[in-house]
Each structure stands twice: as structure tokens, then as C-alpha cells.
Design a protein around this ligand. Structure first.
Ligand SMILES: *[C@@H]1O[C@H](CO)[C@@H](O)[C@H](O)[C@H]1NC(C)=O
Ligand SMILES: *[C@@H]1O[C@H](CO)[C@@H](O)[C@H](O)[C@H]1NC(C)=O
Ligand SMILES: *[C@@H]1O[C@H](CO)[C@@H](O)[C@H](O)[C@H]1NC(C)=O
Length: 218
């Protein structure tokens, strides 16, 4: 009602159909995103991972988050990784594809990722600024080389509205205003972050912080 919404709702593939149905029933135009490809570890066969992507898209997911095969990255098999990401891209069809990685970002961009994402949120180390700088500069280099704009999504462990401002500043400083829009920038929001943002909006509107019972808790 305030025109402030999340950019998408992200669910496991098996819940895409339910999420699409529920949002439709609520007359919501929020897109459903899904983590596919054996998220978070990616330890299923390529065939299974591709099938998972296709099924999520068939069920109505507009955005697909993929995890890369880390062995390929760690052993420098960039061509094999490129081939794999290309296959995911094809399986995504019309859906936007986000690649979750901290390394090998240029490869994933070349293979057609619309977004790159720092983490699954399940690693012991989450989105950190030093890694983010490397990734957003890779996005900038790639844009300067190809004219193609790839989006960025820090994820995992982002808990406060204040931290989200740091991320926004980083995007603005490194990539410019265009990378502040949901088309090119997303925050992996935990319920903690959402609650804090609601808290800060409440403060902005009323000049005071809400009592616990006034908060729409997740
Ligand atoms: C659903 O959303 C559309 C577009 O925002 C609006 O015109 C319509 O009145 C809504 N319908 C209901 C039942 O809320
Ligand atoms: C990842 O790549 C390695 C090296 O090619 C391969 O041995 C392994 O089976 C792959 N993992 C998956 C889950 O496909
Ligand atoms: C990373 O993020 C996850 C999910 O938000 C959280 O459970 C975990 O504690 C975080 N780890 C660190 C090191 O912040």
C-alpha cells in the first residue's frame, strides 16, 4: 500500500506452484523466484539440475537462481563451467537467471547470467564488502567490454537497514544510479532485515520506533 515491496519472493522449486497461486489469489504482481540446480550445494547430476530449472519455470518462476559447480571453478575448468551455465541459461527460457558465486564471475556473465550473487546464505562466510568490490568491478569491466548490464545481489547475513544503505552506496559509487533499481540490484533479505526496514520506515513516518506488538513481524 506504500508502494514499497520486495522485488521478488524466492522459494524452493517444489513450492513455486503454491507461491504463484497464493500471490495470484492476493492479486499481487510480485514475481516468484526459485533457487534451482540442487541449491545450495549443487550436488546433483547436471541432468537433474537442468530438469529442476525447467520445472520451476514451467510452474511459473520468473527468476531462477543457480549455483555453479565449484569443482569446475576451483580447478580452472572455465570452458566446462561456461558450457554448464549456458545450458542453465537455455533451460531458464524467458526467466531471468542469477548465478550464485564468489569466483569465476566473468565466466558466468559471458554465459548469459542476468545477475551474479555473492552467496547462497548457507556458507559460513556471507556477502562481504571485499568480495563484493571484486564482483561489482567485474560487472563494470564486463559492461565496458560488451555493453551488457549484469545485476548484482549480495546475500546472507545482511540484517540491518543501515547495512543495506552501505550496499546501495557501493552500487551507486561503483556502477552508478542505474544499478540501484530492482532490475540490476537485489538484496538477499532475511526476515531480520525486513523487520528492521519496517522498523525504520515506521520511525520515518511517525518519528518514533514501533512497540513490538505494532510490528508486522515475518
Ligand atoms: C487487482 O489489481 C488490479 C491492478 O492493480 C486492480 O485494478 C484490481 O482492482 C485488483 N483487484 C482486486 C480484487 O483487488
Ligand atoms: C562438477 O565438476 C566435476 C569436475 O568436472 C565433476 O567431477 C563433478 O561430477 C561435477 N559435479 C556435479 C554435481 O555435477
Ligand atoms: C550468514 O547468513 C546466514 C543466513 O542469513 C546466517 O545464518 C549466518 O549466521 C551468516 N554467517 C555469518 C558469518 O554472518
Amino acid at each position: 500500500s506504500h508502494g514499497v515491496t520486495t522485488a521478488a519472493v524466492c522459494v524452493y522449486p517444489s513450492r513455486v506452484a503454491d507461491a504463484v497461486k497464493s500471490l495470484k489469489a492476493a492479486n499481487s504482481s510480485l514475481p516468484v523466484a526459485s533457487v534451482a540446480t540442487g541449491f545450495p550445494a549443487g550436488q546433483t547430476s547436471l541432468k537433474t539440475r537442468l530438469e529442476e530449472v525447467r520445472m520451476a519455470v514451467e510452474d511459473g518462476a520468473m527468476e531462477i537462481d543457480i549455483v555453479i559447480n565449484r569443482t569446475l571453478a576451483l580447478t580452472g575448468q572455465w570452458e566446462a563451467m561456461y558450457e554448464e551455465v549456458c545450458q542453465f541459461r537455455e533451460a531458464c527460457g524467458e526467466a531471468h537467471m542469477k548465478s550464485i558465486l564468489a569466483i569465476g564471475d566473468l565466466v558466468a556473465m559471458m554465459a548469459g547470467s542476468d545477475f551474479i550473487k555473492t552467496s547462497t546464505g548457507k556458507e559460513s562466510v556471507n556477502a562481504t564488502y571485499p568480495v563484493a568490490i571484486v564482483m561489482v568491478r567485474a560487472i563494470r569491466d564486463y559492461f565496458l567490454k560488451t555493453g551488457h548490464k549484469v545485476g548484482f545481489k549480495p546475500a546472507g547475513g545482511i540484517r540491518t537497514a543501515k547495512e543495506s544503505l552501505v550496499w546501495l552506496t557501493l552500487m551507486k559509487e561503483e556502477l552508478g544510479d542505474e544499478w540501484l533499481s530492482p532490475r540490476l540490484f537485489r538484496l538477499g533479505a532475511s526476515s531480520l532485515l525486513l523487520a528492521d526496514i519496517e522498523r525504520q520506515i515506521y520511525h520515518h513516518v511517525t518519528g518514533r520506533y514501533a512497540a513490538y506488538h505494532q510490528m508486522p513481524m515475518a
